[in-house]
Ligand binder design. Structure first.
Ligand code: ATP
Ligand code: ZN
Length: 286
C-alpha cells in the first residue's frame, strides 16, 4: 500500500483527481474524508492544503505527492520529481502599477522596493541573483491588492492569464519562475513492495500522458497512393492497411503526434487521402 497526498480543494485538486481516475483508480472524493482508500489499486489518497504537501512527503507521512513546482521549490525540501504532469501551468511574475514605466530586463528597478508575495524565497533568490535587495512583504493571499492599498510598490505572484493583474491596475513585467504540477517522492530508501506499486502507477500515468500526445487517424486512399501516404505517417510501428469494399481503395490507420497533426493531415490530403477521421486515444501502451 502506498499513500499519495493531493490538494484537498483548489486549482490542483480537480486535475489531480482526474489523472488518478484516468489511471483507472477508483476512490471517494475529498468531501467525504481526509484519507480515502482506493477500491481497486493499493493506494490511499490523503487530501491536504497544497502548502503542506512537500512537508508530508518529506516526512514520509505520504509516499508521493502532487504539487505545483512553485510550492515545492519555495518549501526548499530536497525531493525527487518523478514526473512533470503538464497541468496547473502558471508562472510566478513580478508586477507593478500599470502607469509606472519599466524597461524589460531592468531588474535594478526592484532594488530597495517593497514587494508583496506569498513566495518570499523564490522572489528573493531571483532578485538577489540580479544584484538587488528588495524588501519582501509576506502575504499568504490577496497579494494583488497590496500596491493599491499602499502596502507595497510591486508584487510577485502567480499568473496564468493575467486578468487578475489587469483588474487590479497592475502589469506583469518579469517572469521569476515557470511552474506546473509535478509528482514528487522523498529521496531515501523505500520497500520493494512500495517501489513496485509506484512503478505501476508511473507506468499508468505515462500511458495516459502518451494517449494525450497522440491522435488515432483513419483515412481512405486509392491503392496507388498507399506507399506515399505510409511514408508520411510516422506511426508506432507501421500503419494498418485494410482493403475497402470498393476495389482499388484501402483504409489506412495510424497514430500521429498531436504537435505534428496538421502537417500530417495537409500532406496526406495532398497525397490523395479522403474521408479522414481523427479520434482521441484514451491510453497508449507501447
Ligand atoms: P490551498 O487551500 O490548498 O492552500 P491555495 O489557495 O494556496 O490552496 P490554489 O489557488 O488552489 O492554492 O493554487 C494551487 C496551485 O495551483 C498553485 O500553487 C499553482 O501551482 C497552481 N496555479 C495554476 N494557475 C494558477 C493561478 N493562475 N494562480 C494561482 N495558482 C495557480
Ligand atoms: Zn496553498
Amino acid at each position: 500500500m502506498i499513500r499519495i497526498a493531493i490538494q484537498k480543494s483548489g486549482r490542483l485538486n480537480e486535475d489531480s483527481v482526474k489523472l488518478l481516475k484516468e489511471c483507472g483508480i477508483k476512490f471517494a472524493g475529498a468531501d467525504r474524508k481526509l484519507l480515502s482508500r482506493a477500491e481497486n489499486f493499493p493506494i490511499e489518497i490523503l487530501y491536504l492544503r497544497d502548502d503542506d504537501i512537500p512537508q508530508y512527503v518529506f516526512d514520509g507521512v505520504a509516499d508521493l505527492g502532487i504539487v505545483g513546482q512553485n510550492v515545492l521549490v519555495e518549501s526548499e525540501f530536497s525531493m525527487n520529481t518523478l514526473k512533470k504532469l503538464g497541468f496547473s501551468k502558471c508562472r510566478l511574475s513580478l508586477a507593478i502599477p500599470k502607469d509606472v514605466s519599466y524597461n524589460k530586463g531592468n531588474l535594478k528597478y526592484f532594488d530597495g522596493k517593497r514587494i508583496a508575495t506569498s513566495y518570499p524565497k523564490l522572489t528573493e533568490k531571483f532578485l538577489h541573483a540580479a544584484g538587488c535587495s528588495p524588501k519582501i512583504e509576506f502575504l499568504s493571499g490577496s497579494v494583488e491588492i497590496a500596491p493599491g492599498i499602499g502596502l507595497s510598490d510591486a508584487i510577485c505572484d502567480l499568473v496564468s492569464t493575467g486578468s487578475t493583474l489587469i483588474s487590479n491596475g497592475l502589469k506583469e513585467v518579469e517572469t521569476v519562475f515557470d511552474s506546473q504540477a509535478v509528482l514528487i517522492h522523498a529521496p531515501g530508501a523505500i520497500s520493494e513492495d512500495k517501489k513496485s506499486i509506484i512503478n505501476d502507477l508511473i507506468f499508468r500515468i505515462e500511458s495516459v500522458q502518451k494517449g494525450k500526445d497522440y491522435k488515432y487517424i483513419l483515412l481512405n486512399a486509392p491503392n496507388e497512393a498507399i506507399e506515399e501516404i505510409k511514408s508520411l505517417l510516422p506511426g508506432m510501428k507501421s500503419p494498418t492497411i485494410l482493403p475497402l469494399a470498393q476495389s482499388g481503395w484501402s483504409s489506412i490507420h495510424s497514430v500521429v503526434l498531436e504537435n505534428d497533426f496538421w502537417n500530417v493531415i495537409d500532406n496526406v490530403r495532398k497525397a490523395g487521402a479522403q474521408g479522414i477521421l481523427v479520434v482521441p486515444i484514451e491510453k497508449m501502451i507501447l
